[in-house]
Design a protein around this ligand. Sequence first.
Ligand code: PMP
Length: 462
Amino acid sequence: MDGNLTPNDLSHVVDADKAHIWHHLIQHKPFETKDPNVIVEGKGMRVWNQAGKEHIDGVSGGVWTVNVGYGRESIAKAVYDQLVKINFFAGSAGSVPGALFAEKLIAKMPGLSRVYYCNSGSEANEKAFKMIRQIAHKRYGGTKHKILYRDRDYHGTTISCLSAGGQDERGAQYGPYTPGFVRVPHCLEYRAADQGAPTENYGEWAADQIEQVILREGPDTVGGLCLEPVTAGGGVITPPQGYWDRVQEICRKYDILLHIDEVVCGVGRTGTWFGYQQYGVQPDLVTMAKGVASGYAAIACLVTTEEVFAMFKDNADDPLNYFRDISTFGGCTAGPAAAIENLRIIEDEDLLGNCTRMGEYMLGKLGELQDKHAVIGQVRGKGLFLGAELVSDRDTRTPAPEKMVQAVVADCMGQGVIIGATNRSVPGYNNTLCFSPALIAKKDDLDQIVDAVDGALTRVFG
Ligand code: PMP
């Protein structure tokens, strides 16, 4: 714990927080009688709150972000060194770390070539939508402007991102929405029967549902398809066999740009640099944010193929023929400086290899829990990106009540173990426990997390 802060300082911080902070994602009434959790310090996979209580962090900063763990002095130093040279310059100018990080990033993304900097996952996705729309105008007179998104996927919090969001509770009460976004079905094989899907070749079937929507809407009206490689907050949905091959085929058949949202999977989370690389797919646009600098600085990127870029380069005399977009803080140099060091750490410490090995280990441990607790209907995931779907009845797969799922999360918190759960996102399906420990996790860390869940499940479900 930070020795510089006295208990009096910390109680002042809590009072200031209660008086002035509008926290993300939470109902504030309970704070009238209890204190918010203020995280004061972190090291490796552990964080300490205002009471000095240690927690092991099973979700990398709450929202699958701190891939290389807390307290990385080399990242802090890289950012410091950069900030004292030059912190910021925006507009059309470049920066040293911006160029160097882009070069390193592109080396990990065969087939892609251009990096557009901004600040958040939502912003990167907005920019991808704008690019797809502008291409529709440039190439097709504006007709091929619709963007498909999937049930249970999430792409961010702005109005257009919510319009492209498959988690209705997140979007509720924020309409009217941006027109031109069209929903396609999800690909959660565990719930295939609920969709009336055949028992064989679910992956192809689920992808074919996308084609059905394209045919219904008219292929000449659909310009983009935006998907998470593994759906995160919608329930840690790993794609079924055959899904991505078919998705790619459909996009090529109808000349639809494939935009993959790597905001969660990007930079190592699944054990490859990007989630899509697990499935041999070749996107046209990729967005990323959280893991790019592991939360040491705000940075997000939209990465495209040279083909997409080239569409904005030609006809230089046309005043509209460039991407007329800016992100003020896309000119911050702290982001790419942190991202370069973040990448170096992942490479030097073989964190992709560790992620794959530890992911398999944890999947096995969760499988053992499933044998013990009937409430676990399915465990799934890729790398250190895992979920356990809780059901009241395994035969009917009835989702466990959200309150009880949250009680498991709270019980773990009481034990000093932070886990997540799908929360107020997909109505009726907020029943999946989520795990995304830092890529540095060791077996002991994962045992501690799984043991806590074991105890919590017994206490909550008996
Ligand atoms: N896409 C996905 C898949 C996400 O999970 C999130 C955030 N949880 C976003 C986009 C939005 O990112 P941000 O909160 O940085 O705007």
